[in-house]
Write a protein that binds this ligand. Structure first.
Ligand code: PRP
Ligand code: URA
Length: 209
């Protein structure tokens, strides 16, 4: 059974409220995206396997645990997913990072892929796809389809905000993928924006509007 989780930790709710505020400026917005990504990373990696090791403390020998098993790869969806990478890497610094470039055609809302560069050994890695916004779900669905075609079998998706339409579409298209988001909003508007949402994540991270 895959996980579909709204991670409503108080710190995440607080930071997402600041992200929603139209008066939050670019630098603060960027910092908050990174911080929420770090908090979501904590929850999404809860099931990583560990193994026991022996460590000499200044006092005695400790039997303790370290991460074991498959290595990780982060795949941000360009552009806005880039804003989540630093926060994730601060938790899992050894992860490799691939990139998928997708933009939504503003008329059809269909995603258009323009770039894809993934680690060569992506098939052997646990992959975490990053995008702050899960709106119609089209971008996340296409990105994950591309990653699966390269052989990856263990994939998670982390987003900041989701619309019910996007959550449902992603879960139906890729029922094996665990989904972690910080908040589930009311709906999409007729332009495919999440309501109430936070606006255009890419533009707010990069200051392009
Ligand atoms: C935004 C967002 C997601 C996508 C979500 O990207 O970052 O990738 O829209 O919408 P969907 O779930 O309906 O596909 P956008 O297309 O605006 O590109 P950008 O990040 O380059 O601005
Ligand atoms: N992409 C965004 O950046 N914001 C939305 O609300 C929907 C898609």
């Amino acid at each position: 059974m895959s996980v579909v989780e709204i991670v409503d930790h108080p710190l995440i709710q607080h930071k997402i409220s600041l992200l929603r505020d139209r008066n939050t400026g670019t630098k603060e917005f960027r910092d908050l995206v990174s911080e929420v990504a770090m908090l979501l990373c904590y929850e999404a990696t809860r099931d990583l396997p560990t193994e026991e090791v022996e460590v000499e403390t200044p006092i005695a020998l400790a039997r303790t645990k370290v991460l074991a098993g498959r290595k990780l790869a982060l795949v941000p969806i360009l552009r806005a997913g880039l804003g989540m990478v630093d926060g994730m890497l601060s938790m899992i610094p050894a992860a490799k990072v691939g990139h998928i470039g997708l933009y939504r055609n503003e008329g059809t809302l269909e995603p258009v892929e323009y770039y894809c560069k993934l680690p060569n050994d992506i098939a052997e890695r646990e992959v975490i796809v990053l995008d702050p916004m899960l709106a119609t779900g089209g971008s996340a669905i296409d990105a994950i389809t591309t990653i699966k075609k390269k052989g990856a079998k263990h994939i998670k998706f982390i987003g900041l905000l989701a619309a019910p339409e996007g959550m449902k579409a992603l879960h139906e298209a890729h029922p094996d993928v665990d989904i972690y988001v910080g908040a589930l909003d009311e709906r999409l508007n007729d332009k495919g924006y999440i309501v109430p949402g936070l606006g255009d994540a890419g533009d707010r991270i990069f200051g392009t509007k």
